[in-house]
Design a binder for this molecule. Structure first.
Ligand code: HEC
Length: 189
């Protein structure tokens, strides 16, 4: 499933990139279009899609909700108090693969579409690069929690991070206000 699934996600992303970068964005410099296409490839193969695009149950099992893009945890999906864990079970996740509870509290995959209010539409390229290098919101805010693998992603080259940014900004904005991160004390209530 994973292979078919991944290739269909990649095909859809590639189509989305083409759709958004060809006619209306013909104004985009050729370099930007190339960076965006490369960003789509990296976002798919480096896991961004896995956590930031909700997974839904389709007729053949779990599949990515392509129409939602990388809009993060759906605001309509209220998770409630996470189940108590014991032994070696230290974290749990939602079926959407967008909400996670563990010793760090409860974290929700962020909206990475260019919606200005609920996504990263107001982020500059340098904010995006700084966030992934420092593990802090826009490079200066609160620490970014697990399981967001910023330590790994932050080791990508400037060009790769900028390509991901170009790709994300070329996607259609999706309005979706992801719930706030809850620290452990709050999450346990
Ligand atoms: C294993 C799941 C997972 C993967 C893989 C993942 N993310 Fe995340 N990401 C998250 C979660 C969860 C958060 C929210 C963390 C928090 O609230 O502290 C997040 C937060 C972020 C943020 C911070 C948003 C903000 O408002 O501060 C950025 C930027 C981001 N991810 C980009 C990416 C990119 C780019 C990739 C792929 C290269 C990626 N993520 C891969 C789960 C993931």
């Amino acid at each position: 499933m994973t292979t078919r699934h991944t290739s269909s996600v990649r095909a859809a992303l590639a189509a989305a990139v083409l759709a958004t970068t060809l006619p209306p964005a013909a104004a985009l410099a050729a370099g930007d279009a190339a960076a965006s296409a490369r960003g789509a490839y990296i976002a798919t193969t480096s896991g961004c899609v896995d956590c930031h695009m909700p997974t839904v149950m389709g007729p053949k099992g779990p599949e990515k909700a392509l129409s939602l893009g990388l809009s993060g945890h759906p605001e309509s999906l209220v998770m409630g108090t996470p189940p108590a864990l014991s032994g070696n079970w230290v974290w749990v996740g939602a079926g959407t693969v967008t909400a996670f509870a563990g010793p760090w509290g409860v974290s929700y995959a962020a909206n990475l579409t260019p919606d200005k209010e609920t996504g990263i539409g107001n982020w500059r390229e340098e904010d995006f690069v700084a966030a992934l290098r420092s593990g802090r919101h826009m490079g200066v805010g609160r620490p970014i929690m697990p399981p967001m693998p910023w330590e790994l992603i932050g080791k990508m080259s400037d060009d790769d991070l900028k390509a991901i940014y170009a790709f994300l900004q070329s996607q259609p904005p999706v309005r979706n206000r992801v719930p706030d991160y809850q620290p452990p004390a709050v999450a346990a209530q």
